[in-house]
Design a protein around this ligand. Structure first.
Ligand code: ZN
Length: 282
């Protein structure tokens, strides 16, 4: 599943090919995504330009400047909000690159580049976002970005007071901090030496400081590794290669801890599989 680093890498990968470009054609082969593709999608987009891409949590935001019909040139018309769901990917294709199965949407640009959306499981979606991002209920109540200054150990400590929820689902709560999915929560808790089952309200400020640093570390490492795969976003064949990093615990239950060689254990927390080292994490 695409997590924050993959979405950020997608943003960086496609931005140079779509920003400032005029959309000349929109092809929707399959409108039944998690949210149905808006019926007026093509009318609103053809003739418009894409502004500067941004990301909020795991949402990609593509500002649309100057709508195709009616609106004047250059007016801030709104944005597309794009979520990759469980299996979605965006890549750049060229005119003549034939779509494959599950290539549901093409935005064709005047220079012949195509932004192509692929999603076998169709849990992703693209929708119209009118007005500012803060007005949209999907974005309004999100916690801070994990790589921003608004996220730190003090915030975790403060929000955890009195909470009995296990620290791992607490860390994965988008109201606490956005974009920390199962892989990165598991890895950060290992780096910080914190047992994922521990009650969030029973962790010291110092340990939360370590956890916040670990969250930043694992996400930043994944994003910088993703940078080496950016060229994969421009190809008619294959999908963007989501990066395989060297993981310490995620997906490794039953194997030896890289630090102490104890057998890594698997528990279920908040309906998610969680792997941890019973020796290194307390
Ligand atoms: Zn260990």
């Amino acid at each position: 599943m695409p997590e924050l680093p993959e979405v950020e890498t997608t943003r960086r990968g496609i931005a140079p090919h779509v920003e400032g470009r005029e959309i000349v054609e929109v092809i929707v082969r399959q409108p039944r995504l998690r949210v149905p593709v808006p019926g007026d999608f093509s009318e609103r987009l053809v003739g418009a330009r894409i502004g500067m891409l941004s990301r909020r949590a795991k949402y990609l935001l593509l500002p649309i400047e100057g709508e195709g019909e009616g609106e004047g040139e250059g007016e801030g018309a709104g944005s597309l909000i794009w979520h990759l769901g469980m299996s979605g990917s965006l890549r750049i294709a060229r005119l003549g690159d034939l779509p494959k199965t599950h290539d549901h949407i093409d935005l064709v640009f005047a220079d012949g580049a195509i932004l192509r959306y692929h999603d076998p499981r169709r849990f992703g979606f693209v929708d119209w976002l009118a007005g500012g991002a803060d007005c949209d209920p999907r974005l309004a109540n999100l916690g801070p970005e994990p790589l921003s200054e608004a996220f730190d150990g003090e915030r975790l400590y403060r929000l955890a007071q009195g909470r009995r929820i296990a620290v791992k689902p607490f860390l994965m709560d988008n109201a606490v901090v956005v974009g920390v999915g199962n892989i990165y929560a598991s890895e950060a808790l290992f780096l910080a030496g914190i047992d994922p089952r521990r009650a969030a309200g029973r962790i010291s400020r110092e340990r939360y400081e370590r956890l916040a640093v670990a969250v930043r570390e694992v996400l930043a490492a994944a994003i910088s590794q993703g940078g080496t795969t950016l060229r994969d976003f421009v190809s008619g064949t294959g999908e963007p290669g989501y990066f395989k990093q060297r993981l310490n615990v995620y997906g490794r239950h039953g194997q030896g801890c890289r630090r102490c060689n104890a057998e890594l254990r698997l528990v279920t927390l908040g309906q998610r599989a969680s792997v941890f080292c019973p020796t290194c994490q307390r």
